[in-house]
Design a protein around this ligand. Sequence first.
Ligand code: ADP
Ligand code: MG
Length: 615
Amino acid sequence: MSTPQKFEFQTEIRQLLDIVIHSLYTEKEIFVRELVSNASDALEKLRHLQLVEKEIFDDRLPSEINLTTDDKARTFTIQDFGVGMTRAELIENLGTIAHSGSKAFLKALSEGEAKNTSLIGQFGVGFYSAFMVAKRVQVYSHSWRLAEPGHVWQSDGSGEYTIEEAEGQRRGCKIVVELKDDCTEFSLASKIEDILKRYSSFVQFPVNLNGKRVNTVQALWLRGKSEIKDEEYTEFYKFQANAFDTPRLRLHFSADAPLAINALLFVPEDNPERFGLARSEPEVALYCRKILIDARPKDLLPEWLRFLRGVVDSEDLPLNISRETTQDRALIAKLSRVLTRRFIKFLEEEAKDHADSYKEFYRRFGVYLKEGAALDATYKDELMKLLRYDSSLTKAGEPTGFADYVSRMKEGQKEIYYLVGPNREAIEAGPYLEGFRARNLEVLFCYENVDEYVMTNVHEFDGKRLLAADHTDVKLEDLPKPPAEGALTEEQTKGLVAWLKETLGDRVAEVKASERLVDSPALALNADKFMSPHMRRLMKAMKTEDAGDTPPRVEFQINPRHPVIKHLAAVRETKPEVAKLVAEQILDNALIAAGLLDDPQKMVARIYKLLEGVG
Ligand code: ADP
Ligand code: MG
């Protein structure tokens, strides 16, 4: 037997301990995670050694982690049968600073974050986090090496620690934490079980608490796809996402480069934000070799993927990854890119190979893809390919994508046309489509508020401008003139156009005779560069200043072949008073179709006046 030998902690460790001990950090429970993860590391190391070493002390011990709580003695004990530590290793590992997380923590402190003890949770500070809750820590250890006896290392976390020989030790480490008076909750089995469930459910070695196995759920993401049943995936999803539904889609994949990744991602059955419920939070958990790093990492996936659930495990991450260091931030960013690209690719495959399932997914989650396309420049191009719209050439309920649209474009067509409206019927009944139909040009139909933002923010697809079909920028090529039979002559048309301009005054920016109209007497084109009719309506609904009071700027086009217009030209000569009312009414009708009529009251009065003249 030797007498205890005293050692001083390295200066940096002393600083670290001082902060850890005096911190009022609320998540003291992370010490459990840190100790379990060290135990798991030690078992993992042993597994490697057993492959290469012939002689290992106390071989045949089970690879497991045993925790015991004693609320009378107010202790928390964790034992593993891993590699253990020799005397030199105890000094080296527990007395000096080698640990990357602790180092980074100290660096952050020296950079002026000294008061910010919440850093402890982010950095972990490994073994030393035990001193947040401990009066005294004892580490009993026997190395896997046969030559050395066992030792006990102990400290109260002040400047010193002692080491002495200890007989009768099994291989590995047994750490006894004597709890501070205000931390005795950690000697309650229920409390520890709760913490283990949260942080260590997927540790690859059995974790037993007072003799009872705690971690029964396996790290599914590390198993081969072919050996996992659907029900197992579903059960795992429910456990992981704390959910009750059956996931709609899942992506289970692994990669080696540029990062080692095992990921299991789920799309829930339904969009959690659908009934205007609270915005969902990112909930894909981040693991390093089955040990939880962060249950809700903020920057692991882009905002628009916040509906995803599941797990990402990467061996290339330090357990105590920190958003404070540029290096780690870059690592997370890289991980994020790999995951996002892979998920997008998965959706592309779904769209191709399982069209019906993709359609159902898109119906519920398409809005997130649109959000991404409009706001996230990094993935805009890929996301645009995933969007689907009804169109003038497709059947209702069979939406099409931009790539397909482009493949159908007519020779010489430079733009991609779309119309915003509440639904297919409304758009088809409006006057805008007919000119495009007559020229066999496809128009996409947009029904959602967000579509407008997508179209205006994205501008183009595959080098082709996205253009609203009701905008004056649309220049349609001339068709062979429709049969002029009975149409107004050029002279008459000119006269009528001039008269309309004068009669309608400020209400129109311009009046023109239209070649594009077939069945409608007139239409109004939006001439506002910056605001579509739809956006204007939205802004009016929100009572935004710059939308409300100025009348819309429109180009008014008339169809000189239409009976109503021909009639108007005649009445203009004989009954100018009635003609004025009719002209205004035709304009109002066109504005209604354009969604630009601000004040229907006047129209009602006018109609009564017109009705007086009937008969
Ligand atoms: P990290 O785990 O990031 O290396 P820690 O502060 O948690 O940092 O632990 C410091 C070192 O102490 C470890 O690297 C390991 O060498 C040693 N150690 C801690 N716990 C154990 C254990 N249960 N068995 C063997 N070695 C351990
Ligand atoms: Mg550790």
